[in-house]
Design a protein around this ligand. Structure first.
Ligand code: THU
Length: 135
């Protein structure tokens, strides 16, 4: 059974920088050796340079030494401009990065409330993934 990160995610939402969309996202990733890394979305006035919470957390994990195959859990919570908590699933780009950094073997937990948590394998979220073996 995975740990419940709801209250940590709620706190982490306050660190998001989302002045343009008002949509805050918090992500916590857990590696196979139980290290925990956090990320929030950081928006930019040059919109495409925005980084999503999930990739921010994974990039921090990699910066701290995580290797391909190490990412095992991704926990996600969002909050909209009206300050309501919202269940969020990772965008396509983040699904690609989760797939690669987990060795196509991560579980993604999307929190609606403390007890209502939707979970999907990355293979469900990104079937027929391009993982680079052909490169
Ligand atoms: N966003 C994330 O950080 N993660 C997701 O899973 C969905 C979208 C961010 C990007 C942007 O800052 C805002 O949410 C609205 O798209």
């Amino acid at each position: 059974m995975h740990k419940n990160y709801f209250s940590e995610l709620v706190k982490l939402l306050d660190n998001a920088s989302a002045p343009y969309s008002g949509f805050s996202v918090a992500a916590i990733v857990v590696t196979k050796n139980q290290s925990v890394y956090r990320g929030v979305n950081v928006e930019s006035a040059a919109y495409p340079t925005t980084i999503c919470a999930e990739r921010n957390a994974i990039q921090t994990a990699v910066t701290e030494g995580a290797k391909i195959g190490d990412i095992k859990e991704v926990h996600i919570l969002a909050r909209n401009a009206a300050k309501a908590l919202i269940k969020a699933h990772p965008c396509g780009g983040c699904r690609q990065v989760i797939a690669e950094q987990s060795g196509y073997d991560a579980m993604v937990y999307s929190y609606a409330t403390e007890t209502e948590i939707e979970q999907h394998t990355i293979a469900e979220l990104l079937p027929l993934a391009f993982l680079g073996a052909e490169l």
